[in-house]
Design a protein around this ligand. Structure first.
Ligand SMILES: [Zn+2]
Length: 306
């Protein structure tokens, strides 16, 4: 198939578009949080080691609040927000806890592909919060234990009064382009044949454009036209708590010098070749699945939209 119309109808990126009102006022008021948890329509989703409990119909299962009483949780419930007046909480159970009757735990990536769009965003919020909570049980300022506050939106140290807020780690992910060619790379531990846009964490005192240019130079040896780098879109990535910032980056020097500590391979792909990778007709190379912003960037580039 070589029908580029398939690229024109683009759904919103996975993990975006949460329907929840995150309820800042409620999170600030312990009494309102308790009232929300006792609301007759309150429900709770469940994760275990980052994997969501899903119903047989591939929805994120909404448990009754009373179901949570006997669970073996890693910590207090987290308040995610509300939609249509229905408060929604999240619980994370310990790793050895079996899935409650009628549900099954799914690997995070698999779950994200199966879920309806709104559920994926809710799952992402819960997964990132739990991942952060797990790693911030102790105060980074004084080393004392921290406790949950704000319904899970922060942690507080009673020893030194420090407040700790959930991390979001910005990552630039960029499609380097040179006319009708784009640069893709692959890492050694990826499945065979998968190629993707290059990416890297933004470092302190760096703009997105500077991070993009630095990563391209470090990983592939190519020089970007920093004034020509453009923001395209971004995507929360809850593995564990990144924000993938998608950019397109024209380059002034296409010569590749690959950092083999970071990449197994990188090379320039023609537009025609990328079209077959997206269509699934390329003999050996494929793009990441549709949940990945890297795929969307290449779709937009192929379509002339960026
Ligand atoms: Zn402290």
């Amino acid at each position: 198939m070589n029908d580029r119309t398939i690229l024109k109808d683009r759904p919103a990126l996975t993990f975006t578009g949460s329907p929840l009102d995150r309820g800042d006022l409620i999170r600030r008021d312990p009494d309102m949080l308790v009232a929300a948890s006792h609301h007759q329509d309150a429900r709770c989703i469940l994760l275990r080691a980052g994997e969501p409990a899903m119903s047989a119909d591939n929805t994120l299962h909404r448990f009754e609040m009373s179901d949570t009483a006997n669970w073996d949780a890693t910590g207090p419930l987290v308040y995610l927000g509300e939609t249509a007046g229905q408060p929604l909480f999240a619980c994370e159970n310990k790793i050895e806890t079996p899935a409650p009757h009628g549900t099954e735990f799914f690997d995070a990536r698999q779950a994200a592909r199966l879920m309806i769009h709104a559920d994926a965003a809710i799952f992402a919020q819960a997964r990132s919060l739990f991942a952060w909570r797990e790693r911030h049980q102790f105060c980074a300022n004084c080393g004392s234990p921290t406790r949950q506050a704000g319904g899970g939106a922060k942690r507080v140290c009673d020893a030194c009064d420090a407040e700790h807020f959930p991390r979001v780690d910005p990552v630039v992910i960029m499609l380097a382009v040179d006319g009708d060619n784009c640069l893709l790379g692959r890492q050694e531990n990826w499945p065979d044949g998968v190629w993707s846009a290059l990416a890297g964490f933004v470092e302190p005192a760096e703009t997105l454009e500077e991070a993009c240019a630095r990563e391209l130079l470090e990983e592939a040896g190519v020089t970007a036209d920093i004034a020509g780098i453009r923001y395209v879109m971004c995507q929360p990535w809850p593995l564990p708590h990144s924000l993938m910032v998608g950019l397109v980056a024209p380059v002034t020097d296409t010569t590749l010098t690959i950092d083999t500590h970071e990449l197994e391979q990188a090379r320039w792909f023609s537009r025609a070749e990328v079209i077959t990778m997206l269509d699934g007709t390329h003999a050996e190379a494929v793009m990441p699945p549709s949940i990945a912003i890297a795929r969307r960037l290449t779709e937009l580039w192929v379509d002339g939209a960026i």
